[in-house]
Design a protein. Structure first.
Ligand SMILES: N[C@@H](CCC(=O)N[C@@H](CS)C(=O)NCC(=O)O)C(=O)O
Length: 80
């Protein structure tokens, strides 16, 4: 599982806070929004909306909405 992130962007920060509150660690892939990396062909395949965050599962599934990512992580790690 990987989280596509950009350090100063508010929406991925919401997911990082959620992960931290859960005491979990998820590998981060930085998508440099300042360099327009969200518009590269490879990233468009992952998320056609060209936004972060994206949670990529080990089977290649990509989740690109903050509430859905958090609900997925909550199901995986209900405690705390
Ligand atoms: N639907 C997404 C929206 C995420 C979103 O708007 N992300 C911004 C960063 S905070 C983004 O990636 N912007 C890229 C751009 O505007 O090109 C969510 O709420 O999870």
């Amino acid at each position: 599982m990987k989280l596509y992130d950009y350090p100063t962007a508010p929406n991925p920060r919401r997911v990082r806070f959620f992960i931290a509150e859960k005491g979990q660690t998820i590998p981060i892939v930085t998508v440099d929004l300042a360099q327009r990396a969200q518009f590269t062909p490879a990233f468009r395949i992952l998320n056609p909306s060209c936004t972060v965050p994206v949670l990529e599962l080990d089977d290649g599934t990509a989740i690109s909405e903050v509430p859905v990512i958090c609900r997925y992580l909550e199901d995986l790690h209900p405690d705390p």
